[in-house]
Design a protein. Structure first.
Length: 87
């Protein structure tokens, strides 16, 4: 499990191993835009302000992944204990 921090509301939410970031956000009433939910389309890309993503999408390039500026919240997870999202 890891945590996500929502920069704008200051909320911190726990992401358990059996849920995606997008599922946790929806469960807490945060609107998320999803399409493929498989890391292919890029619809769910969200700006990552801090933390290191464990990228599971196939949309971003290697360079983009290495920058950790965006995360596909339908499938990607975290390598750091906390991800700060621009939400
Ligand atoms: Fe398509 Fe996340 S919804 S990449």
């Amino acid at each position: 499990a890891f945590e996500i921090r929502l920069q704008h509301s200051g909320r911190t939410l726990q992401v358990p191993a059996d849920m995606t970031i997008a599922q946790v956000l929806s469960a807490h009433g945060v609107d998320v835009e999803l399409s493929c939910e498989q890391g292919v389309c890029g619809t769910c890309l969200t700006s990552l302000l801090d933390g290191e993503a464990d990228h599971r999408d196939f949309f971003q390039t290697e360079e983009e992944r290495a920058e950790h500026k965006q995360i596909a919240i339908c499938c990607s997870r975290a390598r750091s204990p906390l991800l700060t999202l621009d939400l």
